[in-house]
Design a protein around this ligand. Structure first.
Ligand code: IMP
Length: 500
């Protein structure tokens, strides 16, 4: 007879934290959110730690290179989506690794033969007022001049005027040579009272711009996550089919950490993939998953996984539980797996970080996941809402939304994620295509969410994630107390709430 677990599986929303004693030290500015992402032996340091406990989901509508840079600036890691060609994924990884803070590749470029009309249209599209004039109109062509809003007056000039007739030509520009430090570049900007400094290569080709307005940028990101060469840390998703071709390309592009992207990780395929990576690239950490119980965790750890991802069916776009009847309440899954992780640590002295993946709806669900033992959380819906996610921003009836679709939806065509070794197709959908409310810049939202996490940690008397895991008290709540948890028995004046 089948094994029946009669205890219901619970979700985050069914738990609350009970405050512990907090003393005068328990203030948010003293809280550290540093957390391991790779396994380590007792008394040793993990190969990679993050400064915040957040990674972005391996999804086409979430983790592109732009979001990866924005999240690394905050101290977390993006896993670039794997459901794209090997070349494209490797290129995205390379873009993150070669991104130099303060050195911006030009996104507005024209040829000297372009017209003022082209310039006006380009400015409208990018909203950037510095335009490079290059030999071939790309951001890698030979720099011939620049155009800023000081160079033209559309109302007084002929819209057919050629760019070469009104640009500021190269011989009148101050430029920096490729390899110049950010400090030196900023000195030139200051000494020459200019707003932007083009940086050119050996043959006069455009490399980047350094902008005066970005001077204070680095102060905005005290937690940025850098490797030992001061490049941003980035992860990438892989599948269990083409890893022998994909992994070498990602490693060559400079990837720091990999993660097998699969809806179900307790499989022979994951074991084979991990073993292959450990044999061929022993220095590249690899996460695996997803699992929802102790046995699944043990299996992946014994196969060599550097972290284990937990969660089946809890994702906001996920219909796996409906279509296949598999999964488990996210809170129960995290609690069981983390108990097994602690048991494994006690027995072997090896600590394997656990990632809670999917189902984070409210900011405090992050704190709950951490208190239940997770070392970090993976979020899809949360990041999809921001400017930096790769999906379209659309206006519906006056409100802005971003598109967000599941990797198991027909739109994503990511059959590898659901692969059980059969044909190379997606036979039925396990995810939906949706909209999420547009929420602006990643930075503003992550800072706000983590302020809430830190504040709750202080209420629980914890200054680190480890202290929270060791000392937190969690309570299951009844369905009526969930109702009591929101505003109730009042007529709310403004239903727009900032709580998400
Ligand atoms: P969210 O943060 O609740 O939106 O969940 C994101 C997570 O859902 C991802 O990290 C994946 O583990 C999972 N996921 C992504 N696409 C699908 C899908 O199409 N079906 C089921 N789960 C998915």
């Amino acid at each position: 007879m089948a094994k029946i677990i009669n205890e219901p599986a619970h979700t985050f929303n069914e738990y609350l934290l009970i405050p512990n004693y907090s003393d005068e030290n328990n203030i948010p500015s003293k809280v550290s959110l540093v957390t391991p992402i790779t396994k380590f032996k007792k008394g040793q340091e993990p190969k990679i730690k993050m400064n915040i406990p957040m990674v972005s989901a391996i999804m086409q509508s979430v983790s592109g290179d732009k979001l990866a840079i924005a999240l690394a600036k905050e101290g977390g890691i993006s896993f670039i989506f794997g459901a794209q060609s090997i070349e494209n994924e490797a290129r995205m990884v390379k873009n993150v690794k070669s991104y130099k803070a303060g050195f911006v590749p030009s996104d507005s470029n024209v040829k000297p033969t372009s017209t003022l009309k082209d310039v006006v249209a380009l400015k409208e599209k990018t909203n950037h007022s510095t335009i490079a004039v290059t030999s071939d109109g790309t951001n890698k062509g030979k720099l011939l001049g620049i155009i800023t809003s000081r160079d033209y007056r559309p109302s007084k000039m002929d819209l057919n005027a050629k760019v070469s007739s009104f640009m500021t030509p190269l011989n009148k520009l101050v430029v920096g040579k490729d390899g110049i430090s950010l400090n030196k570049a900023n000195d030139l900007i200051w000494d020459h009272k200019i707003n932007q400094l083009p940086i050119i290569g050996k043959n006069g080709e455009l490399k980047y711009f350094v902008f005066r307005k970005d001077y204070d940028e680095h102060k905005k990101y005290p937690n940025e996550l850098l490797d030992d060469k001061k490049r941003y840390v980035v992860g990438a998703g892989i599948n269990t089919r083409d890893y022998a071709e994909r992994v070498p390309a990602l490693v060559k592009a400079g990837v720091d950490i990999l993660c097998i992207d699969s809806s179900e990780g307790f499989t022979e395929w994951q074991k084979k993939t991990i073993k292959w990576i450990k044999k061929n690239y022993p220095n590249i950490p690899v996460g695996a998953g997803n699992v929802v119980n102790a046995e699944g965790f043990r299996f992946l750890v014994e196969a060599g996984a550097d972290f284990v991802k937990v969660g089946i069916g809890g994702g906001s776009i996920c219909i796996t539980r409906e279509t296949k009847g598999i999964g488990r309440g996210q809170a129960t899954a995290v609690i069981e797996v983390c108990k097994e992780r602690d048991k494994y640590f006690k027995k072997t002295g090896i600590y394997v970080p656990v990632c809670s993946d999917g189902g984070i709806v409210l900011d405090h669900h992050i704190t709950l996941a951490l208190a239940m033992g997770a070392d970090f959380v993976m979020l899809g819906r949360y990041f999809a809402r921001f400017d930096e996610s790769p999906s379209n921003k659309v206006n519906i009836n006056g409100t802005f939304y971003k598109e967000y679709w599941g990797e198991g939806s027909a739109r994503a065509r990511n059959w590898q994620r659901y692969d059980l070794g059969g044909e190379s197709t997606l036979k039925f959908e396990e995810g939906v295509d949706s909209y999420v409310p547009y929420a602006g810049a990643l930075h503003d939202n992550v800072v706000m969410s983590l302020e809430k996490v830190k504040s709750t940690m202080c209420n629980c008397g914890a200054l680190t994630i480890k202290e929270l895991q060791e000392n937190a008290t969690l309570t299951l709540v009844s369905s009526t107390s969930i109702v009591e948890g929101g505003a109730h028995d009042v007529i709310q004046k403004d239903k727009t709430s900032s709580f998400k």
